[in-house]
Design a protein around this ligand. Structure first.
Ligand SMILES: [Zn+2]
Length: 457
């Protein structure tokens, strides 16, 4: 395609990751935003995993921008998603449990884009996220009778059907949530041929895989191949569904005008720190998430950004890239736009450390060994401090100990003092900054049944 002179100038100026030209309007018209439930960053090839879980995401990462150190605010599904959609922490938006609803009065990504005239549509794979609907023209949470979640192929089918029949004169923001990589609910739902691929890979690697995870990640026991094969097969299955979705989006909207994003709400224990699931802890296997931005390669150039970024930064970033004019501070948001990092990966955004919180567990969880009380964590890109309900607390140097195997806590460690002060101050501020009424404990009976079947309550 012949380039116009102004477009050519943009390309020539492309020493940076993001090429912007004044007077052209926002860089992107459309957004396709994918959240993969329970996806650990370190089980993807582009984040260093040695197994073939993510050929498509690896390709996106090679062409787009990969954030190496992205952190979720919660290791629980609905609170984490609400944080992505509002740029507020759970204490502020008050979506504290799965099944809680987002207050329509809180500014949200969907609401801000909707106010720009952008069509806002979401397809989620569990009914208990239906309460995040404020700002969406449509939020489809249809799960077949007798099922507790919609498999990724079916959710993506619905999204593709919508993409192909939508009003093509309008800009759009599409959120697709897929749920499959959950170790505890998927054992009878293994997707072939990806499960076979992982079993074969495991047999071929033999002890090498176990050696890798034991040595690098401090796993406490033998017999990891089975759970790894199941989890990794679901990731590979989802990777292929994301490929289908993005290819369908490219058929109906110019790739150069559509920003594609993939992240996860949180990770999965898989045995690290003696825990298989998620929600109980705030270790990196549960709060470090993948984050990939992909657009027209002339606008968003390949690069790996190593600076710490947070889920609260997504809304301001998407807002700037899609032309929302209100600033994060005007909107009272916690996050900042990451767009300067796209222009200069070494830019100093003056970003606050990443805050994560675990709510007090319910009686059932306490009965199976979860410690009662609030657990908090802060990380600044190098050090991480975890404030447990009771001492001892924990301090890790993530640079030399990314799997948090050596607790450095001691009474007067200077990093401990600094991070502890920041964390307790932040928590106090957030606790007094409720932007919505306290959530009701009344959850729709049908959703309660889903949550029981999925093992949440
Ligand atoms: Zn989740």
């Amino acid at each position: 395609m012949l380039k116009t002179p102004s477009r050519l100038l943009c390309v020539v100026a492309a020493a940076a990751l993001l090429v912007g030209c004044r007077g052209e309007g926002p860089p992107y018209d459309n957004l396709v935003f994918v959240t993969v439930d329970t996806l650990r960053a370190d089980h993807l090839g582009l984040y260093g995993y040695p197994r073939p879980t993510s050929p498509y995401l690896d390709e996106l990462g090679r062409e787009g921008v990969v954030f190496w150190h992205a952190v979720a605010a919660s290791s629980h599904t609905a609170p984490s998603h609400a944080t992505m959609l509002t740029s507020l922490y759970p204490e502020q938006h008050r979506v504290l449990e799965n099944g809680h609803a987002l207050d329509p009065g809180i500014p949200s990504l969907a609401g801000l884009l909707q106010a720009q005239g952008i069509e806002t549509v979401g397809f989620v794979s569990v009914r208990f996220l239906a309460g995040l609907s404020p700002g969406f023209d449509i939020l489809d949470a249809q799960v077949a009778d007798g099922e507790v979640f919609r498999t990724a192929n079916l959710t993506v089918d619905r999204a593709i059907e919508w993409l192909r029949t939508r009003d093509r004169t309008r800009r759009f923001a599409l959120w697709v949530h897929v749920y499959d990589p959950h170790q505890h609910v998927v054992t009878t739902r293994m997707p072939e041929p990806w499960y076979r691929l992982m079993r074969e890979d495991s047999a071929r690697r033999g002890g090498e895989l176990l050696y890798f995870v034991r040595q690098e990640q401090g796993y406490p026991r033998d017999g990891l191949s089975g759970s790894f094969n199941r989890y990794d097969a679901q990731i590979a299955f989802v990777d292929d569904q994301i490929r289908r979705l993005f290819e369908a989006a490219a058929e109906v909207s110019p790739a150069s005008r559509t920003l594609r994003v993939v992240t996860a709400d949180h990770g999965e224990g898989l045995g690290n720190h003696n825990f298989e699931g998620h929600g109980r802890n705030l270790y990196q296997e549960q709060v470090r998430v993948p984050l990939i931005l992909h657009g027209d390669t002339e606008r968003l150039r390949h690069g790996v950004i190593t600076s710490l970024v947070r889920h609260v930064d997504l809304l301001p970033t998407f807002g700037e890239l899609l032309g929302v004019t209100a600033s994060p501070s005007e909107l009272g948001l916690e996050g900042v736009s990451l767009v300067p990092l796209l222009r200069d990966p070494s830019a100093d955004l003056g970003i606050e450390p990443a805050f994560s919180q675990r709510r007090p567990p319910d009686e059932r969880r306490v009965s199976i060994g979860w410690e009662p009380g609030i657990k908090l964590a802060v990380q600044d890109g190098r050090f991480k401090y975890i404030r447990n309900p009771e001492p001892p607390h924990e301090l890790y140097d993530l640079q030399s100990d990314p799997y948090e195997l050596r607790n450095l806590i001691r009474r007067h460690h200077p990093e401990k003092e600094r991070l502890e002060r920041w964390l307790l101050d932040k928590y106090e501020k957030l606790s007094g900054d409720h932007r919505a009424e306290s959530p009701t404990d009344e959850i729709d009976p049908e959703i309660l049944e889903d949550l029981k079947a999925l093992g949440y309550i």
